[in-house]
Design a protein around this ligand. Structure first.
Ligand SMILES: CCCCC/C=C\C/C=C\C/C=C\C/C=C\C/C=C\CC/C=C/C(=O)SCCNC(=O)CCNC(=O)[C@H](O)C(C)(C)COP(=O)(O)OP(=O)(O)OC[C@H]1O[C@@H](n2cnc3c(N)ncnc32)[C@H](O)[C@@H]1OP(=O)(O)O
Ligand SMILES: Cc1cc2nc3c(=O)[nH]c(=O)nc-3n(C[C@H](O)[C@H](O)[C@H](O)COP(=O)(O)OP(=O)(O)OC[C@H]3O[C@@H](n4cnc5c(N)ncnc54)[C@H](O)[C@@H]3O)c2cc1C
Length: 678
């Protein structure tokens, strides 16, 4: 049966070519084609799109929207089935790495495979010697071993140097003895550890001849490759159900303890430091920070994932806002679409713009990461501190904004957003740990702040800042200049926006540096000023996102109306931030309150420009209905009949009279009857 497109009128209003925008969003025509093909393949294959569960009626299939009603144990088993099925598909159809990654993405269930491919393999690559890569990578790529990343402990996560697990070298047997000396040293959180991984990269304190050399990575086998039982000396299990039904509970985050487990010496990852057969500790000429390299990789990958998650929420909220009507009916006509309310626009459109902004900064960050890793291979470590600060900061900014943005989209959908069938509660529950994993977002901003303080202190020594901090080279100008905006439309000039963000970031960093210099003990000062430092770091990161959006617009972007739409979105992103943080811009003296009001006036005008294009800008994300998993976000906008239909699928509606009626409701009713008779 042909479905009616309830959003057709909205789609007719678009002032740009949606198909061309899909390519810009995907990054290239080839990336678009791969994503498009794989997302449809997943949506159309019940083995990938459905959840099959054994119940009293035999095997029953459930759609993605019903996932939150299912028990964890069955969901977990279904995820194992999907992973095995996906893997077979990848092998049978010889999918490329890019296609395989897309397949994992569109299946859209957190699983052990994410840790295996997203952290275990990158850790071996980053910290292993050539011989170690040769031995372990083929096993890992063929999934003959499955690995996780066991860094965090019950007592320590953010403070990596505070980890307690020990790896003590025993020269008599040429082995390391891995041990958990305390309860708090139990590994706690690693994804894939609880029930699946056969191996782990374990972070432990390296001890030779009684001397503690700090943290290093070790490859440790955890489970038998025959019967999957834990090896002697190993206690391992799942840490328990996490936030939200369904959500991240398809992942087996685990707990792990070692009781004097022995591993061969060559299972210490030895790129950064080696231990010789006679127990000598030898530091390589590469920086120790390379121990943290896999975190840099994952943090940059999380930025593109942030744009993906935010775009899903925005797509749902935009389509639903065009379908939903409230108030304003005249002469029996239709009520107003809620998307036409300026308040709805002022909450929704900055998120739409943010999704695009995060996409482009993610694209750039991927390029930057590749560039720096190529330099690292050639023993050029000069850009590593900038890469660390940038990945940490942009991961922090984008994941916080995305988690908050998903929750805002839920509210933008009113009451129906609170239903699991809207897809938004589960999306939030799955997404929000990204603010914590791969580094707590505040801890990461403090890393950016340290980098900025170092940069400011080096300016006086004549060191020329480059890359993302090149703007600090113009410090004299940026400390003194004032905005020359005279009317609202002046805020459309990229140069006006850029200078505002550069001046604000510079002034906030310099103010922190000046306050810090008043402390005798710089570390004490850093702790005391941490809230201000975090704000300065955020200002710097926002500048990066804004400037990468502007740089994107300087590229040749073909397609009818595409560049114009992106220009509008770029200005919305920047002016929304300016409006939200206008206290910073005022206090640092770059703008006057009148200029702040002009920015807000311009922002409202930009919302009017986006309005006719909003649904099509959300369509350009090219999300399938399966991937969205949301009745409110359906492509055809046919929301009400589908919501009504879905309600009846809830297990509570399997019978008219609920279980428990005889025990708990009937006696109450009877008691009231008796009281009434009295
Ligand atoms: C079915 C088949 C499908 C196929 C699918 C195919 C493909 C899929 C592929 C990929 C998937 C991709 C992505 C994956 C996506 C999702 C991943 C999934 C889930 C994520 C799971 C989560 C994992 C984790 O959370 S792991 C644990 C993370 N832990 C942390 O982040 C801890 C945070 N703490 C720290 O990083 C550090 O402790 C600290 C806060 C940085 C402090 O460091 P410390 O050394 O103690 O002190 P400092 O003095 O501050 O630093 C010293 C010195 O070092 C510099 N520094 C610090 N960190 C780094 C770094 N990372 N790099 C470089 N330099 C660093 C620091 O600046 C300082 O420098 P200075 O001395 O010059 O000042
Ligand atoms: C879903 C999920 C998956 C995970 N997967 C893995 C995995 O695969 N492998 C793995 O090893 N780990 C994993 N982790 C653990 C994760 O990396 C840590 O939880 C994270 O690094 C934060 O550390 P923490 O839990 O110790 O938080 P804490 O550091 O205890 O943070 C608690 C609070 O203290 C604040 N705080 C901490 N230090 C400072 C400071 N210096 N200054 C100011 N404030 C501070 C934080 O901002 C936060 O508000 C996972 C976590 C989650 C939630």
């Amino acid at each position: 049966m042909e479905s009616i497109d309830y959003l057709a009128e909205e789609r007719k209003k678009a002032e740009f070519n949606v198909d061309e925008m899909k390519i810009v969003w995907a990054g290239s025509r080839r990336a678009f084609e791969v994503s498009d093909y794989i997302s449809k393949l997943v949506a159309d294959d019940p083995d990938l799109s459905f959840i099959f569960i054994e119940c009293h009626r035999g095997i029953q299939g459930f759609s993605k929207e019903e996932r939150t009603m299912l028990p964890r144990k069955e969901l977990f088993k279904n995820t194992l089935r999907k992973s095995a099925y996906s893997w077979k598909h990848i092998i049978d159809h010889q999918l490329s790495e890019e296609e395989a990654e897309r397949l994992r993405y569109f299946v859209d269930e957190p699983a052990f495979i994410d840790s295996h491919l997203g952290v275990f393999i990158p850790a071996i690559k980053g910290q292993g010697t050539k011989e170690q890569l040769k031995k372990w990578l083929p096993l890992a790529y063929k999934m003959q071993i499955i690995g996780c990343y066991a860094q965090t402990e019950l007592g320590h996560g953010s403070n990596v140097q505070g980890l307690e697990t020990t790896a003590t070298f025993d020269p008599r047997t040429d082995e390391f003895v891995i041990h958990s000396p305390t309860l708090t040293s139990s590994k706690w959180w690693p994804g894939g550890l609880g029930k699946v991984s056969t191996h782990a990269i374990v972070y432990a304190r390296l001890i030779t001849d009684g001397k503690d050399h700090g943290i290093n990575g070790f490859i440790v086998q955890l489970r038998s490759l025959e019967d999957h039982k834990p090896l002697p000396g190993i206690t391992v299990g799942d840490i328990g159900t996490k936030f939200g039904n369904g959500a991240y509970n398809t992942m087996d985050n685990g707990v792990l303890r070692f009781d004097h487990v022995r591993i061969p010496r060559d299972q210490m990852l030895m790129r950064v430091a080696q231990v010789t057969k006679d127990g000598k500790y030898v530091q390589s000429d590469v920086p120790r920070q390379l121990l943290y390299e896999s975190m840099v990789y994952t943090r940059q990958a999380l930025v593109t994932y942030a744009s993906g998650a935010l775009s899903r929420a925005v797509c749902i909220a935009t389509r639903y806002s065009a379908v939903r009507r409230q108030f304003g009916s005249q002469n029996g006509g239709q009520e107003i679409q809620v998307i036409d309310y300026k308040t709805q626009q002022s909450r929704l459109f900055p998120l739409l713009a943010s999704a695009y902004a995060f996409r482009f900064v993610g694209e750039w960050l991927k390029w930057f990461y590749t560039d720096v890793t190529q330099r690292l291979q050639a023993n050029d470590f000069s850009t590593l501190p900038e890469l660390h600060a940038t990945t940490a900061g942009i991961k922090s900014l984008t994941t916080t904004a995305t988690a908050d943005g998903i929750e805002e989209c839920r509210k933008l959908c009113g009451g129906h957003g609170y239903l699991c069938s809207s897809g938004l509660p589960e999306l939030y529950a799955v997404y929000v740990p990204a603010c914590t994993f791969e580094g707590d977002n505040v801890v990461l901003l403090l890393q950016v702040a340290r980098f900025l303080m170092k940069t400011v202190s080096q300016l006086s020594s004549g060191k020329k800042p480059t890359g993302t901090i090149a703007y600090m080279g113009k410090i004299e100008h940026l400390m003194q200049c004032r905005s020359d905006v005279e009317q609202a439309k002046d805020w459309l000039k990229p140069s006006a926006i850029l200078e505002a963000f550069e001046a604000r970031a510079t002034r906030m960093s310099v103010a922190c540096a000046q306050s810090l210099s008043k402390f005798d003990n710089p570390e004490e000062g850093f702790q005391e000023l941490a809230p201000d430092l975090v704000e300065a770091a955020l200002a710097h990161c926002q500048l990066i996102v804004v400037s990468k959006f502007i740089e994107k617009l300087q590229q040749d972007i073909p397609g009818e109306g595409i560049k114009q739409q992106l220009e509008v979105l770029c200005c919305i992103y920047a002016l929304f931030l300016l409006h939200k943080h206008h206290g910073d811009f005022l206090v640092t003296g770059y703008i006057t309150s009148k200029q702040g009001l002009f920015a807000n006036e311009q922002l409202r005008a930009l919302y009017t420009q986006v309005r006719p294009n909003a649904v099509s800008l959300a369509d350009a994300f090219n999300h399938t209905d399966h991937f969205l998993g949301s009745i409110l976000g359906r492509y055809d906008g046919n929301v009400y009949p589908k919501l009504y239909e879905a309600a009846w699928k809830d297990p509570l509606n399997e019978s008219d009279v609920p279980d428990g009626f005889d025990e708990y409701i009937r006696p109450l009713l009877k008691q009231q009857l008796q009281t009434a008779r009295l």
